[in-house]
Design a protein around this ligand. Structure first.
Ligand code: VGL
Ligand code: ZN
Length: 208
């Protein structure tokens, strides 16, 4: 069992309708983890939610790149961008949290991906690897040091948040059974390798 204290936080990544079955960018069985995340939330004094929050016409949407289809890639100034179906458009039902998510004591909802020309998988840094979201300063000012990550999607936003979290000086632990993956070609295996070879730790909800 991991003993939890006042400098720990549960970071719940993008538990939104568009990433759940029936949504625009559905993660297979993404909704399955909602009850588990609710249960985990009760173990933490501090809970932070992230919300993917794109303007219409966002650069990560295939529809913004004539001739491109969702899940193809394109080259942008900051590197290779996977192109997605339109998803999590600001103010739409798809951008809302899953209706079963029950974390009323969450202290912060951090929105990301709201700049039209930059995507943001990570809760810390946008995909240009330089624009901060403000989360690191928030956590430091609040004295929060250790983050337990869960949510969607394991191979994108959870992955990049955990990697940037440790790079920024936070201890990061992915609760693997409280995540689900998009699963593009090889992305799950690559994520496992990248996380295993970084300082990101992983655990099961059974230890929490
Ligand atoms: C995500 C793809 C595009 C995620 C967000 O939350 O993992 N994936 N936008
Ligand atoms: Zn997105």
């Amino acid at each position: 069992m991991i003993s939890l204290g006042p400098t720990d936080a549960l970071l719940v990544i993008d538990m939104q309708n568009d990433f759940c079955p029936g949504g625009a960018l559905a993660v297979e069985r993404g909704d399955e983890i909602v009850p588990l995340i609710n249960q985990l939330g009760q173990r933490f004094e501090h809970v932070i939610l992230t919300q993917d929050w794109h303007p219409a016409g966002h650069i990560s949407f295939a529809s913004s790149h004539p001739g491109k289809q969702p899940f193809e890639t394109t080259e942008l100034d900051y590197g290779t961008q996977t192109l997605w179906p339109d998803h999590c458009v600001q103010g739409t039902p798809g951008a809302d949290f899953h209706p079963g998510l029950n974390l009323p004591h969450a202290e912060l909802i951090l929105r990301k991906g709201f700049r039209r020309h930059i995507d943001s998988y990570s809760a810390f840094l946008e995909d240009d690897h330089t624009t901060p979201t403000g989360l690191a300063s928030y956590l430091r000012e609040r004295g929060l040091k250790r983050l337990f990550l869960c949510g969607l999607a394991y191979d994108f936003c959870v992955r990049y948040s955990a990697i940037d979290g440790v790079a920024t000086g936070f201890e990061c632990i992915v609760i693997e059974d409280a995540t689900r993956a998009v699963g593009l070609s090889g992305s799950v295996q690559e994520t496992q390798e990248v996380l295993r070879s970084s300082r990101v730790a992983h655990t099961s909800s059974l230890n929490i």
